[in-house]
Design a protein around this ligand. Structure first.
Ligand SMILES: [Zn+2]
Length: 459
């Protein structure tokens, strides 16, 4: 396959070049490659981007009996339609379950269903004495990161500080990267009780129930644990600039810390909670006020935020109808299909970031952080032929009806978009073209991840 005449944007910047694909890999990227009988795809007027590597998805999540409407088939089709060619999903450990069993049972749900490649993070909640060796076995099996939650004390996700610190000590020895959902549980609990006492439990108070201080405090704790344990740490879905600044300061002192944010924290603000559609914006942490949103863009542009993950969680909107109580809603919004569209529209077309930054935070850095570099995240010889042909021209209004998630809604419904994904190519195969997903479930493969390598630069 020869992709001719496009503007190629890779980790090294943008240039006019052709891309020659041989089988599943990129063979050559340079101007004026002569066709030698390959299928030629005209990319004139298009951007040729690396496939998006979404480091944070919950394609099939069971939150205490409430399941996402999406499964791996529907959500991976949605991903392909959004220019995503790789995702990293979470395998939730059941209490008492050994880590390799957790991985195997998650893979049984994904293999045979997914249309694109995937990696797995462990979602760990129990670390029994003697299980530290199991972390090494997990790394050998290609799972090189594990996520903990500092909140949700009432369900299986919560991990106490002592277990968390022990995990980080074990992780430092095993070569595991620890991811943290950072929200101080006691602050959230106290805030919730205050709101209950005031009768303020409607969806309008979702944002107020989870203040930024809860996030920033827990980020500080994660950085301290990282400093003392020697384990690298990855802060998922940061919503507040103050949290990002703590990460940046710790990095300047040698702490191996990484910051992720999500498109919704860049695109939306907390004014929506007062409106009639609050149910479309229920995620944790919640949306913040406009000045914090502006602060996040600035930190995305200056390299303080390393990655953008969708945190896709396809709960059906219908399950929220008539539930006007933030305590009773399973949080999460779909987003894997819209990350590139939202970042391009508001970021690149909006003049807030350049194309190189777009590719860095959506493609290259997620691949570097999670041990997929060399295969994923760039357009260079030897990398998998994962590409997006992106038309930067069209302007339109986003409707949920064009999206492929079974959640049936989007937090970006009604947003003015610039550009569209024309074609997605994964390992040399067209998986999405002209509004059609054309890949079979099961074609995607499990990707064993290498341990996080701090020597790989992130800019
Ligand atoms: Zn998440």
């Amino acid at each position: 396959m020869l992709i001719k005449g496009g503007t190629v944007v890779g980790a090294a910047g943008e240039r006019r070049a052709d891309v020659l694909v041989a089988g599943e890999r990129i063979e050559e990227v340079r101007p004026d490659i002569r066709a030698g009988g390959e299928r030629v795809i005209d990319a004139g007027g298009l951007l040729v981007l690396p496939g998006v590597v979404d480091p944070h998805t919950h394609f099939l999540l069971d939150a205490g009996g409430v399941r996402t409407a999406d499964d791996f088939a529907s959500a991976s089709r949605s991903a392909a339609a959004g220019g995503v060619t790789t995702y990293l999903d979470f395998a939730p450990q059941r209490p008492g379950e050994r880590f390799l069993e957790t991985l195997a049972s998650r893979r049984r749900l994904i293999d045979g269903q997914t249309v694109i490649d995937y990696g797995v993070h462990l979602n760990v909640n129990r670390l029994y004495p003697g299980w530290e060796d199991d972390l090494r076995a997990l790394v050998s099996a290609g799972v090189t990161s594990a996520k903990i939650y500092t909140t949700y004390r009432d369900d299986i996700f919560y991990m106490d500080d002592w277990t968390w610190y022990r995990l980080m000590e074990g992780a430092a020895r095993a070569g595991l990267l620890v991811q943290v959902h950072a929200e101080n549980d006691a602050i959230l609990d106290g805030k919730r009780r205050d709101l209950e006492a005031a009768g303020q439990t409607s969806l309008a108070f979702h944002g107020a129930s989870r203040p930024a201080i809860a996030e920033t405090e827990a980020v500080g704790r994660a950085l301290t644990f990282s400093r003392f344990s020697g384990s690298p740490v990855y802060l998922v879905h940061l919503s507040a600039p103050g949290s990002v600044d703590l990460v940046r300061e710790a990095r300047a002192q040698g702490v191996r810390a990484l910051a992720e944010t999500c498109p919704h924290f860049l695109a939306l603000d907390d004014s929506v909670y007062a409106g009639p559609d609050a149910a479309r914006f229920l995620m944790t942490p919640p949306l913040r006020d406009r000045s914090l949103v502006d602060g996040l863009w600035q930190r995305l542009g200056d390299g303080s935020i390393h990655t953008v993950g969708s945190d896709h969680c396809g709960f059906a909107l219908s399950a929220r109808l008539g539930v006007d109580d933030f305590r009773k809603v399973s949080p999460g919004v779909p987003g894997v299909e819209t990350s590139l569209l939202v970042l391009y529209s508001l970021g690149v077309a909006g003049g807030r970031i350049d194309l190189a930054t777009l590719v860095r935070v959506l493609c290259a850095n997620p691949a570097r952080v999670f041990g997929l570099w060399g295969r994923k995240g760039d357009l260079a010889p030897g990398f998998d032929a994962d590409l997006v042909l992106f038309d930067p021209g069209p302007r339109r209004t986003l409707t949920a009806g064009e999206l492929h998630s079974r959640a049936g809604f989007s937090p970006y419904e009604g947003m003015e978009l610039v550009g569209k994904v024309k074609t997605t190519i994964a390992r040399g195969e067209i998986v999405y073209d002209q509004a059609q997903v054309c890949a079979q479930p099961g074609r995607g493969r499990y990707l064993p991840c290498a341990p996080f390598d701090p020597r790989l630069g992130l800019s």
